[in-house]
Design a protein around this ligand. Structure first.
Ligand code: PEP
Length: 255
């Protein structure tokens, strides 16, 4: 059985200007002086803070990610950002298909799939989000919804490529609500995703894919969520905006 690294990523969403970015990253550098034992830490500030974040995280344990990108390198796409641009400011990761992008900006599995392919081709690691709404959970269609999303966003992705992506299971009802999935609910869906990946690819490839949980992860619930057998890390929203809470979550991922 493969031993997967834990990956903790902070999704800053639409928060922090450049000054606040510098402040938070300085705080994180001070907090993250313990032995991370291989735990990977990623910060995903807004586009306008990426250059500052690149400077501030150089030589630190933190890697840089963006919260979205377009699937073209350049051209007449007003308001969009390309993978090439993200790489030029030091990004190694990019969150794709976050539920807020799906719900507020109408992103579909088809569009997200184009972005995933482009990110991989550009040398960025996509953190691809899937997850059901409250209504879907209550109607007992969580597994169908998550299966359709995973199949859709991974269409035409090879076994070799799939090992380069991170999947984030984020139940929409748990995002920003303070109501996290129980460790059992999270594990159940993570196992479903890993089993599906084994079917779509190979058990070995599926065993290597990092599957993060996201949805109201806080310092006091992180450990029990993070140590479920198929939970390989967390995508953190609200609690990543303060150095002490984000570093406490990272600490919970360190054995
Ligand atoms: C998120 O935005 O991906 C997220 C999980 O947010 P929160 O931790 O605030 O629920």
């Amino acid at each position: 059985m493969s031993v997967r690294t834990k990956v903790i990523a902070g999704n800053w969403k639409l928060n922090k200007d450049v000054h606040q970015t510098e402040e938070l990253l300085t705080g994180l550098k001070i907090s993250l002086t313990f032995d991370l034992k291989g735990v990977r830490v990623i910060v995903c500030p807004p586009f306008t803070s990426l250059e500052t974040a690149n400077r501030c995280t150089k030589g630190s344990v933190m890697s840089l990610g963006a919260q979205n990108m377009y699937h073209e390198d350049e051209g007449a796409f007003t308001g969009e950002i390309s993978p090439k641009m993200l790489k030029s400011v030091g990004c190694e990761y990019v969150i794709l298909g976050h539920s807020e992008r799906r719900q507020i900006f109408g992103e579909t599995d088809e569009l997200i799939n184009k972005k995933v392919k482009k990110a991989i081709a550009s040398g960025l690691v996509p953190i691809v989000c899937v997850g059901e709404t409250l209504d879907q959970r209550e109607k007992n269609v969580t597994s169908q919804i998550v299966t359709t999303q995973v199949r859709g966003v991974l269409k035409d992705i090879s076994a070799e490529q799939v090992q380069k992506i991170i999947v984030a299971y984020e139940p929409v009802w748990a995002i920003g609500t303070g109501r996290n999935a129980t460790p059992q609910q999270a594990e159940e869906v993570h196992l479903l995703i890993r089993t599906l990946l084994a079917e779509l690819y190979t058990p070995a490839a599926a065993g290597d894919v990092i599957i993060q949980y996201g949805g109201s992860v806080k310092p006091d619930n992180a450990a029990e969520l993070l140590w479920q057998p198929n939970v390989d890390g967390a995508l953190v929203g609200g609690a990543c905006l303060k150095a002490d809470s984000f570093s406490a979550i990272i600490k919970a991922a360190v054995r």
